[in-house]
Write a protein that binds this ligand. Structure first.
Ligand code: TXA
Ligand code: MG
Length: 319
C-alpha cells in the first residue's frame, strides 16, 4: 500500500506521536517533525543521512508565531517577513532558548519561514508546535517536488507522505541572514534576489563552496543527479563531442533538433523563468531515472530565477 495520502487528521496523529512525515510546501517537499521533540528531530537527521552540523528550517503557521522561535528581529527582517510570508523566504535569526541545539546545529541562530501551501498551513494550524523540515531527500541528492518523489526515496522508513500535489515553485526557499542588521543571502532560491532588494536595498550574496559553509545547501556537491552532468552555454556544440552514447538534454526554451538525443527536457517553451524553475527538479529526476550515459544542461540567463537555476545546475555538475 502506498504511504501517500491526503489525511490531515492522520498527519496530526503521527506528528503528535513524535513520528516524522513528508509534507508539501510551495518550494519542495519536506521531512517534518515536532521541533521540540529530540526523538523526531534525530530521526530526521537519521533518515536523510544528514550531518549534524547542517541545521534545519523551522516552519511556523504565521509571522505572529515568530517571537516563539526567534528574538532581536532586525528591522529589515521584519520588512522581509511582511513582504514575503507566507512564501519561499527563510530568515536566519537569533534563536529563542527553547529551540533545540539539534535543530540549529548548535548555532545561536535559527532558520525559520512560513510556507505558502494550503495543506501544510492547515496542518500547522492544528498542531501545538512548529515543524522542523529539511527537504525530503537523502543528503546531497535531488530535492523532491512531488509526493511520489518522496515515497520513492523513503518508502521503507516513512509512515506517510501528505499529498499536496506538485510544488508550485519547485526550488528551495531563498535564505537570508543578517550582520549588523544588514541582509546577507546564504542560499539562492525561489524568491529572486531582485525581489528582495526591492524591499530592503542591496543584498550581499555569500556563496560557499567550502566544507562548512553558513548554509550547507551551498555545499558545492548538492542537488546532484547520479548521472554525469555537464553545464554549457551551447548544448548543440557539446553534443558533437559525444558519439554512440545515450544522452539526455535539459534546455530552457528551445528544443534542440538533433537525432542523437535519447531524452530531451524543455523547461519552459514560452521562456518563463518561474515555470522553468518549477519544472527543474522533476526534469532532473526523470533524466536521472532514464539510464543515460550523461546529461547536458543548458546555462540559463543569469538574472532573476535564472540565477537560482544556474546555481543548482552548477552544483548538479560537481561530483
Ligand atoms: O524551501 C525550503 O527551504 C525547504 C522546504 C521544505 O521548506 N527546506 C529546505 O531545507 O530546503 P534544507 O534542510 O534542505 O535546507 C536548509 C538550509 C540548509 O542549507 C541549512 O544549512 C540552512 O538552511 N540553515 C538552517 N539553519 C541555519 C542557520 N542557523 N544558519 C545558516 N543556515 C542555516
Ligand atoms: Mg535540502
Amino acid at each position: 500500500m502506498s504511504i501517500i495520502n491526503n489525511s490531515i487528521v492522520k498527519a496530526v496523529a503521527l506528528l503528535n506521536q513524535e513520528q516524522i512525515i513528508g509534507i508539501p510546501t510551495e518550494t519542495v517537499y519536506g521531512l517534518a517533525g515536532n521541533i521540540y521533540s529530540s526523538k523526531a528531530v534525530e530521526r530526521i537527521f537519521d533518515m536523510k543521512k544528514r550531518p549534524f552540523f547542517n541545521p534545519l528550517i523551522v516552519h511556523i503557521k504565521s509571522a505572529t508565531a515568530l517571537s516563539e522561535i526567534a528574538r532581536e528581529i532586525p528591522e529589515k527582517a521584519a520588512l522581509l517577513a511582511k513582504a514575503f510570508w507566507p512564501g519561499p523566504l527563510t530568515l536566519v535569526l537569533k534563536k529563542q532558548i527553547a529551540i533545540l541545539d539539534l535543530v540549529t546545529g548548535g548555532k545561536d541562530t535559527v532558520a525559520v519561514r512560513v510556507p505558502n501551501h494550503p495543506v501544510t498551513l492547515a496542518l500547522l494550524n492544528q498542531l501545538a508546535y512548529p515543524l522542523a523540515a529539511p527537504s525530503a531527500n537523502p543528503f546531497g541528492s535531488i530535492s523532491p517536488t512531488t509526493a511520489t518523489h518522496v515515497a520513492d526515496y523513503f518508502e521503507k522508513e516513512l509512515p506517510m507522505v501528505l499529498d499536496g500535489g506538485a510544488c508550485q515553485r519547485g526550488i528551495e526557499s531563498t535564505i537570508i541572514g543578517f550582520e549588523n542588521g544588514e541582509p546577507i543571502l546564504y542560499r539562492l532560491g525561489s524568491l529572486a534576489v531582485e525581489n528582495i532588494e526591492a524591499v530592503v536595498g542591496p543584498v550581499k550574496i555569500i556563496t560557499h563552496d567550502d566544507i562548512a559553509p553558513a548554509a550547507p545547501g551551498m555545499l558545492s556537491k548538492h542537488y546532484a543527479p547520479l548521472t554525469k552532468t555537464f553545464l554549457t552555454a551551447d548544448v548543440a556544440k557539446k553534443l558533437t563531442m559525444f558519439t554512440n552514447q545515450k544522452i539526455g538534454v535539459l534546455v530552457f526554451q528551445k528544443r534542440i533538433d538533433e537525432t542523437n538525443i535519447a531524452q530531451q527536457e524543455v523547461l519552459s517553451a514560452t521562456g518563463n523563468l518561474a515555470e522553468a524553475a518549477s519544472q527543474l527538479y522533476a526534469a532532473l529526476h526523470r533524466l536521472d531515472n532514464s539510464h543515460l550515459d550523461c546529461i547536458i544542461a543548458e546555462r540559463f540567463p543569469d538574472f532573476g530565477l535564472g540565477k537560482t537555476i544556474n546555481d543548482r545546475l552548477k552544483r548538479a555538475t560537481q561530483k
